[in-house]
Design a protein around this ligand. Sequence first.
Ligand code: HEC
Length: 140
Amino acid sequence: MLMRWLSLILLIGLLAVVAGCSDMGDKLVTPNQNTPPPDIDPTWVDDVSPIFTTNCTPCHVGSTPPTNGFDVSDYNAVITKISLAGNSIVTPGVPDDSELYLRLTGDGFSQMPPGTPLSSEDVDLIRQWIEDGAPENATP
Ligand code: HEC
């Protein structure tokens, strides 16, 4: 009698393990529901310049002080400019070594635009642009 009970318990245990395994199998074949982040390749012309035109030009156009002549309407000026503090405004490939990016996050500098920071989406886009080498146009 005892043996029959034992084998019954063993059988139930075995069934539970088998059921558990098939559950795991179901989970493994379930496709990944996470959607990958959008593939963005920001360029000056398409993405960065419009943000600057909207948010920076009132103060950063032409060579008028006190903005040290940092003119956001001119691509070549933006990527070659050395800031008053002696930093590259843009170091292509290295956002954390670009005063432009540090200004947008306010990291160690007064944040730009003063009082109305850009959205985190715009800041991330400009970071991506610098990381990609700060291209003016999309490469064909
Ligand atoms: C309301 C006016 C105003 C707006 C808008 C503004 N800035 Fe400025 N910005 C200044 C002033 C004033 C300075 C100089 C004082 C300082 O260094 O904080 C400056 C300095 C800078 C510098 C350093 C320039 C250098 O040569 O040292 C950078 C880079 C900069 N701004 C980027 C931006 C960007 C990018 C935007 C737009 C996203 C922006 N600013 C919007 C007023 C403005």
